[in-house]
Design a protein around this ligand. Sequence first.
Ligand SMILES: CCCCCCCCCCCCCC(=O)SCCNC(=O)CCNC(=O)[C@H](O)C(C)(C)COP(=O)(O)OP(=O)(O)OC[C@H]1O[C@@H](n2cnc3c(N)ncnc32)[C@H](O)[C@@H]1OP(=O)(O)O
Length: 568
Amino acid sequence: MADEVAGKAQVSSELQLASDLADKALDNSSNTKEAADSLRNGAPEDDEVEADGEEEDEDDEQAAEGGAEVGADGIAKPKKKKKSKKKKKKKAVGDSDAKAASTGTMQKPVAVNDIPALLQQLALSQPKKEGKAPEDYKFWNTQPVPKFKEPNLLQTTNGSSGEALPEGAILPDEVCRKAAKPEPEQLLGGFEWCLVDLEDEAELQELYEILYNHYVEDTDGNFRFDYSKKFLAWALKPPGWKKDWHIGVRTASTEDGKKGKLVAFIAGTPATLKVRSNTIKIVEINFLTIHHKLRSKRLAPVLIKEVTRRCYLNGIYQALYTAGTLLPTPVTTSRYYHRSLDWQHLYKNGFSHLPQGGSEIRQKYKYRLDSQTTTKGLRPMKKSDLPAVKDLLARYLERFSIRQSFDEAELEHWLCSDASKDVVWAFVVEQDGKITDFMSYYVLESTVLKQASTIRAAYLYYYASESAFATPGQPKPKAAVLQSQLQTRLQTLMHDILILAKKDNFHVFNALTILDNPLFLGENKFEPGDGKLHFYLFNWRTAVVQGGVNDRFVVDEGKMGGVGVVML
Ligand SMILES: CCCCCCCCCCCCCC(=O)SCCNC(=O)CCNC(=O)[C@H](O)C(C)(C)COP(=O)(O)OP(=O)(O)OC[C@H]1O[C@@H](n2cnc3c(N)ncnc32)[C@H](O)[C@@H]1OP(=O)(O)O
């Protein structure tokens, strides 16, 4: 099938090159002090900035005097001569930094008899160049991440290469420790660092608002993630969480001591990651966001360096993060698939399309679901299931090259705590007193930007099944037999989870091509979406892993076994 995104990525990468040139000029003319003043004074359009960023221009055009500027590495440098304002307009295009565009639409379907459209999609399905030229990653080229096309990255898990760089840390711990300065990164004039106190309702609300107004959008600017306050408190406060890693940037406080406006954010949460045979204490980085008016001013590198500094100071030298944007260098890439639960709602809101020659009735019929689940022993998970679920999940995830390791307290937090209530739905299958299967999903709404509407999406979270394993005491079946047994089981379980989500008024059920998802996506009528998700490791080199898709970016059962970690 075609990959619409690949085509768009190509266009935006060309525009990106043009806008990068404009950026260079802009960097010289940015008046951050005025931007800060404008933001602090609550410019009226502040929370109504259009997805295309157009409203940024007027404000930015007023930029004139003073303020520092930052280089590609985010280091503040003395201000240079200002340049023409006109160039700025170019940047808004192709600025979409969508994490995964999982907020995005389903790929437009094409009728079989529509030959030109089919040919067009076929052309789009050929891999296209994404991102920009390697040398243009001015910041990332200074960071301890693998370069594009390093010998080790060309290997598959089974591949061998005499030149392969060794698996492991890129920078030794000692080097990181010494690199961590005691004082924070230098910020642009008119702004200051803050910690966002998620225990404080007002600050949680501020975080909610900046994300609601400025976080990830799909490539067309039609949808934006709407992470609820409850979700944020859950996602950002797992056991061992650190306030020190909830980093914000505010406009400078006023003379009367009033707090400035929150204009940027980045968060880290602690986790234990297993990469092949290594177990690493890491930080998961998420929720990087910058107010639309402060985009393209090299603030992201400053935020990233600041969170890195704070992690190094805490003895954490590796990180895991995901993004829709291509950076050096993904350890894998996966794709979003969507299963309509309320097709009519998705269609009305521009998320789903009517296939050529199709009818609304036929579409609704296609996605109808039974009202009752069929799996015997399926019930909501209870706290008392935790030891069994922990054991099952740990064995299940061991089958993947990159997987998260949970202790019981972490699993309780993520699956059945006060924090997870109304955010996560977790179920088990109990047969003869034994937990044989477990599955879960979380809620994440998206704002429909042009229609004042919302899409209530369920995202597949962790799951596990005894069907992946041989029956104890019996001869071990061949791998293909085990996979087929697992496939049958997962198809039924996922059919049931769709029924449960539908009953809970979700409009769509989303899943990536990670875990064992390729085994059931097609059978359960998931359709490919526009969004892709790149997985990255910071300061850790390992050979690329499978992302569940083939060279044409289509879900593929032969490409599983790579990713066993779900990022929020
Ligand atoms: C050991 C501890 C380590 C901890 C750190 C681990 C690393 C964590 C890394 C962060 C993981 C975050 C995970 C998530 O949360 S992914 C979600 C990202 N957020 C959004 O998409 C929300 C909407 N977009 C925005 O708010 C802005 O566009 C962002 C903030 C994304 C960029 O702001 P802006 O558009 O104003 O750009 P700039 O002028 O300041 O800076 C330009 C530089 O930034 C590089 N860039 C662009 N997008 C991303 C991105 N998503 N990850 C990493 N880098 C990114 C870009 O290639 C360029 O560098 P280079 O090309 O010149 O080299």
